[in-house]
Ligand binder design. Structure first.
Ligand code: PHE
Ligand code: ZN
Length: 876
């Protein structure tokens, strides 16, 4: 595209209401072989809120071939009546009220960007968020233009018996030449990013849901015929989500029908189109034979997430894309709460925090850092980030904490009632919180506008019965934001005695308190009979990085006795990070760490049956990325040596325990409930430790391999089959053709094949780069299938640092070539993958130079999406 040129920038400060509104939109979509004709009739009305009355009507449109344009029935002529100005259609001197009808030709068959209308596996589907609708027809493609849509689809009846769009079906019938049509009407005005259309030959799982007020809603889940048996879990999850949203948020579904369609080619996880959600197959299909436990959990949460958007996103939507977290942060908070209520709250919280701390924090501390409500962007697609989603959810969670559950519910009720049918802002959301509670959240709102992870530094002192805690907050500079202001930070804490019991904090004997920080430095004081172990940031009460010089003894106390799941996990992590730092920085050996670590681990193991899933979280070492992010400069090979060495040493030292857990936790028959999943998780962890030790020759490799292989040869579920395969392949244990057997067995299951690719792309060590080249050349590899690209390139780049950062630069060469290739196919996917290079400036110089050169090489000619990310990483 524009070689070396900067992209145009869109700024929040420039927001203006739309000049024209579109109360009604009537679409006629004629799906033909090789092309599609879209006729759009828009009623346009000048927006009274725009006092400056602009002369020109400007509509967005990209990759459209305009066939005709009529205004109130009069054919318009190019040049005189309108002009095409790049990605815009401009009609000068448009009247205040009129009807505009356009006919455009598009080619969904050739749409590999997967935005707008495209074909995937023989079906047609759409993806319009954020700015894909402009690839379907000319329209004011912005979320604050809400329109009532009526959509008619025409297609060949035998190839596409199913024709779906938003809302309710109102008409259908036969047409000449074996064709048919269907008309759908959505009574709720919506922004065009929520438009959807599907045409295909799909199987359907049907059910019904009776809402709290007694209305019957038809539920329909669609997938390829061969996948019909993989829809039950999504249907169960959907019904639970519908009931939960009524109970917890008072939100009832509003149409007579709710549909989900599974699509194999999809850029993201799923999309909340009104009444017609479209899902990546990976987020909706589930069956024990083909789907891991982790993926079952993901399906449950994504189905709920998209359903919850019906209120937080659809009924109340975003004024502009800077407000994206208004719907995404809030909806992630809602789906996290749902998952907590459906599963173990403590385990879900630790999983969410782990994800935030080890993925969002690095984003917030690197070149891609941006506020939850950004002030400017080049391509909005690049801002569907962990910051907007996960940190955004933490900001909502803090408001929940500050208000308490009852007031928070009153505030969300007010929000939904006041803004129903409107496009609003994060400020509008917070204003409801303030109105209900009387709290002043002016300072709190800096969380939305200020990027970066705040660091809390805690120091303490105990003298004469007084315990003093000093807490300082500091947010390091982020690109373009050198000076940071202090934030309002809720810090939940308890103080534990020598036996790990909470000490009373005040006259009422409270064991836990929430301190609300506002200043750069704050001091607290407690009258206590002894020097306590502080249990800080309980429940991870704010998304901050906590520094406190815990003694090893204190960490052991917290891990053993704290009642807070996050603090226990955090204590375990700190013990592991400290041991790994002694190996990486001080030249100690893995074996040197065992006398200190094994007694602690044994205590966790002794209590493992209380909650096997939680025990697995406590017993697992941090990832190499997590460890690497705590050492500067980043030396991926020494991190890898340290982590794998420590894992093998723990595997060997506690082998008896791991063997016992592995055998005790064997299941007689497959079960899919949460308790069974927790036991599987702990068992797989135990086996992974044994395999790691065996792989390094510390245990009898044949004995371990034989045991591991049993789970593969007689699998009761995919979690075990895949776990076993990974244990064999990652540790160099004899796998005796099992990789090949797996590929043959699952050749027709794309989601399983994705796992097969990912297992190989995640084998640690530089040799995996050559292996990944082989995977890219495999007949089952497809550049146009985002899930497959993520499985190979994404796994290598984001999940396998010792391979990606191969000393000879071969990982970077693969990365750059893949980005260039993908950029020509699907710029969104290219840009997303490119952020895997964001650790550039943290790398040891020899690596940084090579990665920088590889990325600079592909900058000329990069798409706008990819260019924005490359420029940030390269610091251009
Ligand atoms: N809005 C989707 C969600 O639920 C994500 C998405 C964004 C999907 C853009 C497709 C394109 O989070
Ligand atoms: Zn969402």
């Amino acid at each position: 595209m524009r070689d070396g040129q900067p992209n145009p920038v869109t700024r929040l400060a420039d927001y203006q209401p739309p000049a024209w509104l579109v109360p009604d939109t009537t679409l006629d979509v004629d799906l033909r072989d090789g092309h599609t004709l879209v006729t759009a009739r828009l009623t346009l009305r000048r927006n009274p809120e725009r006092a400056d009355k602009p002369e020109d009507l400007v509509l967005d449109g990209e990759h459209l071939e305009l066939r005709s344009l009529t205004l109130d029935g009069r054919e318009l002529n190019p040049g005189d009546d309108y002009r095409l100005d790049g990605p815009r259609l401009v009609i000068p001197g448009a009247p205040d009220h009129f009807t505009l009808t356009s006919v455009v030709r598009i080619e969904p068959e050739n749409n590999t960007a997967l935005e707008g209308l495209y074909r995937s596996n023989g079906m047609y589907c759409t993806q319009c968020e954020a700015e894909g609708f402009r690839r379907i027809t000319f329209f004011p493609d912005r979320p604050d233009v809400l329109s009532r849509f009526t959509t008619t689809i025409h297609a060949d009846k035998s190839a596409y018996p199913l024709l779906l769009s938003n809302g309710n079906p109102v008409d259908a019938g036969e047409e000449q030449g074996g064709r048919h049509y269907a008309t759908w009407e959505d009574p709720f005005p919506k922004p065009c990013y929520l438009f959807a259309l599907v045409a295909g030959d799909l199987a359907c799982l049907s059910d019904t849901f009776i809402t709290a007020s007694g209305r019957e809603v038809a539920l329909r889940l669609y997938a390829e015929h061969r996948d019909l048996d993989k829809l039950d879990h999504a249907m169960d999850s959907l019904k639970r989500a519908m009931a939960w949203d009524e109970r917890v948020f008072g939100r009832e579904y509003d149409l007579d029908i709710f549909q989900i369609v599974a699509v194999s080619h999809f850029n993201m996880g799923a999309m909340e189109n009104k009444g017609l959600n479209i899902f990546n197959t990976s987020c909706v299909l589930a069956h024990p034979d083909t789907t891991t436990d982790a993926a079952f959990e993901r399906v449950e949460s994504v189905v709920a997430h998209e359903y919850f958007h019906n209120w937080s996103g659809n009924r109340v939507t975003c004024r502009d894309w800077f407000q994206l977290s208004l719907k995404e942060g809030f909806t992630v908070f809602r789906d996290q709460e749902f998952s907590s209520d459906m599963n173990s709250r403590a385990v879900v919280r630790v999983e969410n925090v782990d994800f935030l701390v080890n993925h969002q924090f690095p984003e917030d501390q690197g070149p891609m850092a941006h506020p939850v409500r950004p002030a400017a962007y080049q391509k909005i697609d690049n801002f569907y980030t962990l910051t907007v989603y996960e940190k955004g959810a933490e900001i909502v969670r803090m408001q929940h904490e500050l208000l308490g559950a009852d007031d928070f519910r009153r505030a969300t009720d007010l929000y939904f009632e006041r803004f129903d049918g409107q496009a609003v802002t994060c400020d509008d959301f917070v204003a409801c919180m303030e109105e209900v509670s009387g709290l002043d959240l002016a300072q709190f709102k800096r969380w939305y506008s200020q990027a970066g992870t705040p660091v809390l530094t805690v120091t303490d002192d105990y003298r004469d019965g007084e315990y003093r805690l000093t807490i300082e907050q500091h947010t390091p500079a982020t690109p373009g934001e050198p000076d940071k202001q202090p934030l309002m930070i809720p810090v939940k804490l308890a103080l534990l005695d020598g036996q790990g019991r909470p000490l009373p904090l005040d006259d009422q004997g409270r064991a836990e308190t929430v301190v609300i920080l506002r200043e750069t430095r704050e001091a607290l004081s407690f009258q206590l009979p002894e020097r306590p172990t502080p249990s800080l940031l309980r429940g991870f009460s704010a998304p901050v990085s906590l520094r406190y010089d815990f003694s090893e003894e204190q960490l052991v106390t917290l891990l053993a006795h704290d009642t807070d799941g996050f603090c226990r996990w955090d204590a375990a992590q700190r013990l592991y990070f400290a041991a790994l730092a002694r190996i990486i920085d001080d030249g100690e050996s893995a074996a040197d760490q065992l006398p200190r670590l094994t007694p602690v681990l044994e205590r966790v193991i002794a209590r493992a049956d209380e909650d096997p899933a939680q025990a697995a979280l406590l017993l697992g070492l941090p990832t190499e990325n997590a460890v690497g992010d705590r050492h500067t400069p980043l030396r991926p090979q020494s991190v890898h040596q340290a982590v794998s060495g420590l894992r093998a040493a723990i595997g060997e030292a506690l082998a008896e325990h791991w063997w016992r857990l592995a055998k005790d936790l064997e299941a007689d028959a497959y079960q899919g409930d949460g308790a069974a999943m927790g036991r599987r998780r702990l068992r797989r962890l135990a086996i992974a430790y044994l395999a790691a030790a065996a792989g390094q020759g510390a245990l009898d490799a044949d004995q371990v391999a034989d045991y591991v292989a049993r789970d593969f040869d007689q699998p009761d579920c995919m979690t075990n089959a895949l776990g076993a395969l990974r244990d064999l392949v990652h540790n160099g244990l004899a796998q005796n053709g099992r990789l090949e057997a797996f590929a043959e067995r699952w050749a027709d299951e794309p989601l399983v094949m994705d796992q097969w690719f990912a297992v190989q792309a995640s084998v640690p060590g530089p040799d995996t780069v050559a292996r990944a080249e082989g995977l890219l050349a495999h007949p089952a590899f497809e550049w146009t299938l985002p899930n497959r690209v993520r499985a190979v390139v994404g796994t290598l780049v984001n999940g396998n640092p010792s391979a990606f950062h191969a000393p000879d630069g071969s990982g970077y060469a693969l990365f750059a070539r893949a980005l260039k290739k993908l950029d020509g196919i699907n710029p969104q996917i290219a840009a997303r993958l490119a952020s895997g290079g964001a650790r550039l400036k943290r790398l040891e110089p020899a690596l940084a130079d090579q990665l920088g050169a590889a990325l600079r090489d592909i900058r000329p000619g990069a798409s706008a999406n990819l260019a924005e990310v490359l420029d940030r990483i390269l610091g251009a």
